[in-house]
Design a protein around this ligand. Structure first.
Ligand code: URA
Length: 234
């Protein structure tokens, strides 16, 4: 069956769809000997698809990992500044896997890591609106007005107004559970900073149906259960 090349590359575990687009633009992909273009479709059973002259490997078995990301690790596969990466933490999982979305260097908690480029794409799609829940501690005391502001959509310092979000106060307002549906850069920190209460500690507790359980210490990971996998695919 014909599919877009960026989808085929990510399904074969070569790279993410977005990276595949840069490969296509750079002319690194050929189909039946011709340089492929962005948006082109091909059939892996019929066409010869090469990346940098090498054929696509057969579709890798899907691997889904739930990592409790510790502070001090970047959510990328490599880092040009030599910082520690989440890839090091899951190096012995035996597959070439990517994090689904990012957590900041100093943010802890649930990070899904997979070689299933399609699932990653769907979970990150703004149209999907997957709920993410964070536990945040702040400098200051959060109150009912902050809850209302979150409910209406907080306007960030750059003028962007966020989608409605949840704020549930904890510890007398020094902490809260924050539920967001978007995945903008530094979103939770910027939302709380816009309310004058900067984040001092941030941990992601859940993403969609996936929950971080207390069996995983920071830095530890486990494979998703079959039930978790099935729910994610829905
Ligand atoms: N929002 C943030 O500000 N940082 C994160 O790491 C995740 C969400």
């Amino acid at each position: 069956m014909e599919e877009r090349l960026q989808k085929l590359l990510s399904a074969a575990g070569v790279c993410s769809r977005r990276t595949a687009e840069t490969y296509l633009i750079a002319g690194r992909v050929t189909v039946n000997g011709q340089t492929a273009h962005l948006g082109q479709r091909a059939d892996p059973d019929r066409d010869e698809i090469l990346v940098d002259g090498r054929p696509l490997a057969p579709r890798a078995e899907a691997v889904y990992i739930l990592l409790n990301k510790p502070r001090g690790y970047v959510s990328t596969l490599s880092d040009e500044r030599g910082r520690r990466t989440v890839a090091e933490l899951v190096a012995d999982c035996g597959s070439r896997v990517y994090p689904v979305g990012r957590l900041d260097l100093d943010t802890e908690g649930l990070l899904l890591i997979t070689n299933d480029g399609d699932l990653a794409h769907r979970l990150l799609s703004p149209k999907k609106h997957v709920d993410k829940v964070y536990y945040a501690q702040v400098d200051g005391i959060l109150n009912q007005e902050d809850c209302e502001a979150f409910h209406c959509g907080v306007t960030l310092a750059d003028g962007y107004t966020c989608l409605p979000a949840g704020l549930e106060l904890l510890e007398g307002g020094r902490a809260a559970l924050v539920t967001v549906r978007e995945g903008k850069y530094h979103q939770v920190k910027r939302m709380l900073a816009a309310r004058g209460k900067p984040v001092t500690y941030l941990k992601r507790l859940s993403m969609g149906s996936l929950r971080l359980d207390d069996t995983l210490a920071p830095g530890e990971f486990r494979l998703l259960t079959a039930a978790e996998e099935a729910q994610l695919q829905r």
